[in-house]
Ligand binder design. Structure first.
Ligand SMILES: [Zn+2]
Length: 320
């Protein structure tokens, strides 16, 4: 469970432990133990990241194991929690069909960017914690026997943010789809462009869209599934321009956050603003698909694809 980003690197925790260490030095042992037991008690009451967690939609307290067994769907309200990348692969693909590609490509700190800590340190820490080199996982796989190229943007790796490597891997994955004439399927969960890489991360918006355009030109087929949360430069680029755009129920999908918009417009936002259902109503996405129906839905959509369009579209491009 180390990959739940909300529980990790919380600055509050850091400050607490520092303050605690300072106080620990100053206090005699008996007093310290009394205070420690009180601390443990209050910790239990807040239930941070342990056995229990609070549903962010209905506020119901859920047993973590039960949530995991139900595919991270809230047993009380059906809210679809963010799924770690590797778990998503297992959920979507037929067992034993995953062949990961480009896993070795690592992020670079070209700008020597430092906020609270140097970006290079942050990457190193995240790589160590997650066991993967970047936020995007991509490779070959099959859904109910149908071959695809799959890409997953993992929120557990720096909020699924899109930097140079995410853009590069996505473009490479799309090129594999073109080369092998496989449909391209991508699942997104992202905070948007990776600010640590400055303008280089914004360039990935154009790059990924250009790659999808290339796929489109040769008659390829692409599906994006936006999951909670998909925001910023990811929503504003490749995630919105695939042939089919699906979303999971209740997923937050938008560009800027609701608070920023409300402050800028000086208006109250409508109920359900930026949720998948709201966007379906307004034609921004094609459909909402529950997690337990995702595999069969993707497989059904893939039924519409055969190799013929690739051939004719490629010929059309050549003769243009
Ligand atoms: Zn719930």
């Amino acid at each position: 469970m180390a990959d739940d980003p909300k529980q990790n690197d919380a600055p509050k925790k850091k400050g607490d432990s520092k303050a605690k260490a300072e106080q620990d030095q100053a206090e005699p042992t008996e007093k310290k133990q009394g205070r420690l037991s009180r601390l443990r008690f209050s910790k239990k009451k807040d239930m941070p990241g342990g056995l229990w967690l609070k549903c962010e939609s209905c506020s119901e307290v859920i047993f973590r194991k039960e949530l995991e067994e139900k595919g991270r769907v809230c047993p009380s309200c059906g809210f679809h929690f963010t799924v770690p990348g590797r778990e998503r692969i297992a959920m979507v693909l037929d067992e034993g069909t995953w062949r990961e590609q480009f896993a070795e490509i690592e992020a670079l700190d070209r700008l020597n960017f430092i906020d609270s800590t140097p970006y290079s340190e942050k990457i190193a820490r995240t790589v160590k914690r997650t066991g993967q080199n970047e936020a995007l996982l991509c490779g070959f796989g099959e859904v109910l026997g149908k071959p695809i190229v799959l890409a997953i943007l993992d929120f557990g790796f720096m909020g699924g943010s899109m930097g140079e490597v995410v853009g590069e891997k996505l473009a490479l994955a799309i090129e594999l789809a073109i080369r092998d004439r496989r449909p391209f399927v991508v699942f997104t969960s992202s905070g948007g462009a990776r600010m640590h890489e400055g303008v280089l991360s914004l360039m990935q918006m154009a790059k990924t869209c250009a790659a999808l355009k290339k796929l489109n030109d040769v008659g390829g087929f692409s599906i994006c599934v936006m999951t909670h949360p998909t925001t910023g430069g990811v929503t504003a680029s490749f995630a919105s321009v695939t042939d089919i755009v699906l979303a999971e129920p209740g997923a937050l999908i938008g560009f800027a956050g609701p608070r920023v918009i409300a402050t800028t417009l000086k208006q109250e936002l409508p109920a359900g603003f930026q949720r998948a259902e709201f966007l379906l109503d307004r034609g921004m996405i094609d459909n909402i698909v529950a997690r337990d129906k995702m595999r069969e839905t993707i497989a059904r959509l893939l039924d519409y694809v055969d190799e013929a369009p690739y051939e004719s579209a490629a010929a059309a491009v050549r003769h243009a």
